[in-house]
Design a protein around this ligand. Structure first.
Ligand code: DAH
Length: 342
């Protein structure tokens, strides 16, 4: 029993000298290990009288608990000291790590900018389904089943009568079915075509516009689109309306703007301009006066209501605006490209 008390005292004395977890483990093995000093004392137990045995056994357990507490206490002290040391190694004057910051995609930026310009002119922004019925995508837009204009667009069919919309023009139809004139809306969104090469991607973005009211003229169309072009490309931009054809408008036009690179000169220094191919003009959108057949399809009286519509490709506007010469960059999601729009 005396030697058991000695054991506790010896362990208590040694604990202060232990300065690492490794040394502490050695101390534990020395006192509490299978062949350690406590185990040695216990060897005497079987030889004791029946009277002394229980007392000695209890004492041995007490000492075991005491030794355990000494060692675990020291372990806690060492851990706390280590944490303190780590804290003193922390240098609060080091520069922080800058968090990665995302930015809006250029297609989103241009879409927002265009919609903002039209919102400022009193247009609402609307949207609709990308999976569309044949009727909205073609039929109601004066493109009947055998119409050759269907060849202009390589359609992705979901079923015989359901398509992935090939343009945002179905939003004209949806808007007029849902609202009475006057209506003025722009409709941005994804469109799909079976087309994929350097200048075409199977999915791209368009913005459709529609204004319908009494006494809307081609002059309104010209004024509205000229204001839009100058807001997005600058007040000096010149605008040209070129006769064209679309089934849903009559008359129809394509709008060209003076070239964003050469300013309309057709050359940059002595080099021919690579954006407008010397012509001085670049095409930016299609437009026209809403065809009476479209009004009839949605239940507007073509005798009373007139209107204009237009449609443009967002990637195309973005390429011209930011001087991007490869359409694929918008879809590769290379951070080095995208972060330039932050
Ligand atoms: N939907 C046409 C296209 O995808 C673009 C377009 C042209 C829309 C003339 C119009 C318009 O509303 O009047 O190529």
């Amino acid at each position: 029993m005396e030697s058991l008390d000695d054991l506790a005292r010896a362990c208590e004395e040694r604990r202060g000298q232990v300065s690492s977890l490794k040394d502490l483990e050695e101390l534990r093995v020395e006192f509490l290990g299978r062949k350690g000093r406590l185990a040695q004392c216990m060897l005497d137990l079987p030889g004791m009288s029946a009277e002394d045995k229980p007392t000695a056994g209890r004492k041995a357990n007490e000492i075991k608990a005491a030794l355990t507490e000494i060692i675990e206490g020291r372990e806690r002290e060492l851990a706390a000291a280590e944490a303190g040391a780590a804290l003193s190694r922390f240098d609060p004057t080091l520069p922080g790590r800058r968090p990665q910051q995302g930015s809006l995609h250029p297609v989103t930026l241009v879409t927002q900018e265009i919609c903002d310009v039209f919102a400022g002119l009193g247009f609402d922004v609307v949207s609709g389904p990308e999976v569309e019925s044949d009727w909205y995508n073609f039929e109601a837009l004066n493109i009947p089943p055998e119409h050759p204009a269907r060849d202009m667009q390589d359609t992705l069919y979901v079923s015989e009568s359901i398509v992935l919309r090939t343009h945002t023009s179905p939003l004209q139809v949806r808007t007029m079915l849902a609202r009475k004139p006057p209506v003025a809306v722009v409709a941005p969104g994804k469109v799909y075509r079976r087309d994929s090469d350097i200048t075409h991607t199977p999915m791209f973005h368009q913005i459709e516009g529609l204004l319908a009211d009494r006494k809307v003229s081609m002059g309104d169309l010209r004024g509205t689109l000229t204001a839009f072009v100058r807001a997005v490309f600058g007040a000096d931009t010149r605008v040209r309306f070129r006769p064209s054809f679309f089934p849903f408008t009559e008359p129809s036009a394509e709008v060209d703007i003076s070239c964003v690179l050469c300013g309309g000169k057709g050359h940059v220094g002595s080099e021919p301009c690579r954006v407008c191919k010397r012509t001085g003009w670049v095409e930016i959108l299609g437009c026209g006066m809403v065809d009476p057949n479209v009004f009839a399809a949605v239940g507007y009286d073509p005798e009373e209501i007139t209107g204009f519509a237009f449609g443009m490709g967002v990637e195309r506007v973005a390429m011209l605006k930011y001087g991007v010469n490869d359409l694929r960059m918008f879809f590769e999601n290379d951070v080095r490209f995208l972060e330039q729009f932050a």
